[in-house]
Design a protein around this ligand. Structure first.
Ligand SMILES: O=P(O)(O)OC[C@H]1O[C@H](O[C@H]2O[C@H](CO)[C@@H](O)[C@H](O)[C@H]2O)[C@H](O)[C@@H](O)[C@@H]1O
Length: 361
């Protein structure tokens, strides 16, 4: 397992997971997990054995546009909402549950703080959202946890007082600027996949070359992991793209493939994900063994499930899934879109200011 020093720069040894082992987590007690085949298929495991058809099926299943509006879907939706109610509607209950505890906020970026757009380089968050997140960070320790390269997500968010975990948590850094939630002497840096950098660069070049014949495909270098976007690829070309990606990745048994929203993600097989990043950050903030901490993680994607699961297993705080559609999730609550996320964050800020009787928090 990773060894964490209490403060300062941290050295890590992270074991390589068995890339062929099943990744599906057991259901947490009390959690309603919907049958995956109805909503989402599982992460793709490569290594020669997985059929291309299975990849394409999985790519289709993760595209909500394929869920046609039917009476049975409406039924699914209302039943799902019963088990994952709106975090806005449940705001008072959420606040009650957090009483006497330190709230710590974890926010995914794409699809959570910024709307999903065709061009990943133009996924800007609104100024209003930036102000809200800035206010939130004044009130609570706040981290951005993203699949993107840390520098890139920082350029979008531009708030120096936050913690940032890029590359699906494989690149964590503490606030640039003094934060009241961070002791001045402590610098936090965690890069458990450093040894994979040359391999990731090599695979990036190969993927760019291999996929250039597929119109609309785009490979994004997220430093410790890679994204192959197919949002702008015609569906009839998905199988071709999957073949191209597979032909490259199969030569690298130390890399694995997971899936996000119209994106294939290639990353090291180390046992590190957004859930581990969340635990690392809680520890860095001094909440390792605290019972009076209340972490809230908001995210929209499959990779956020690792963090939702950790919170469920720890029995601390909870996850909020951002989705308009029923999805198999370990989150407890839901919000439909980034605008609702912003309203929820603003309510937290307002509540905190009111409860402290201090407009500056
Ligand atoms: O963990 P996240 O911050 O949610 O990052 C996950 C991926 O997000 C980005 O892709 C997604 O958003 C794009 C812009 O809206 C969209 O075009 C794409 O289809 C989505 O998958 C990012 O570009 C990826 O590198 C991240 O892995």
């Amino acid at each position: 397992m990773a060894s964490h020093a209490k403060s300062g720069l941290k050295a890590f040894t992270v074991p390589v997971s068995n890339p062929t082992a099943a990744q599906k987590p057991p259901a947490a007690p009390g959690n309603i997990l919907y049958p995956r085949k109805r909503f989402l298929s599982q992460n793709i495991e490569i290594n020669g054995v997985t059929r291309i058809n299975a990849w394409v099926d999985s790519m289709r299943a993760s595209s909500p546009t394929h869920l046609k509006s039917t009476p049975s879907l409406a039924e699914d939706q209302s039943s799902w909402m019963l088990h994952h109610p709106s975090a806005l509607q449940m705001f008072e209950q959420i606040i009650d549950a957090s009483k006497g505890k330190q709230i710590v906020m974890f926010l995914d970026y794409d699809g959570t703080l910024s709307p999903i757009v065709d061009d990943p380089d133009r996924a800007f968050m609104s100024d209003k959202m930036r102000v809200t997140v800035g206010n939130l960070a004044e009130c609570f320790p706040t981290a951005i946890v993203s699949g993107r390269c840390r520098d890139k997500v920082y350029k979008f968010v531009r708030l120096a007082e936050l913690y940032y975990a890029g590359s699906h948590g494989m690149d964590i850094k503490g606030p640039e600027k003094g934060s009241k939630h961070k002791k001045a002497s402590e610098s936090v840096l965690c890069q458990p996949a450093s040894e994979f950098l040359p391999m990731i660069d090599e695979v990036y070049k190969q993927l760019v070359e291999k996929t250039k014949s597929t119109p609309g495909a785009m490979v994004e270098n997220n430093k410790f992991c890679l994204s192959v976007h197919y949002r702008c690829v015609e569906e009839k070309k998905w199988s071709e793209l999957a073949q191209q990606v597979k032909s490259v990745v199969k030569e690298y048994p130390k890399l694995r493939l997971t899936q996000g929203r119209k994106v294939l993600e290639i990353r090291p097989t180390i046992k590190w994900d957004k859930g581990k990043a969340l635990e690392f950050l809680l520890e860095s903030l001094g909440f390792a063994n605290c019972t009076d901490v209340f972490p809230v993680y908001i995210g929209d994607d499959r990779t956020d499930e690792d963090a939702f699961k950790i919170l469920r297993d720890r029995g601390q705080g909870f996850g909020i899934l951002v989705s308009k559609f029923p999805k198999d999730t370990n989150a407890s609550y839901s919000l439909q879109e980034p605008d609702e996320v912003m309203d929820f964050l603003q309510r937290l800020v307002d509540w905190k200011k009111l409860s402290q009787g201090n407009p500056e928090c």
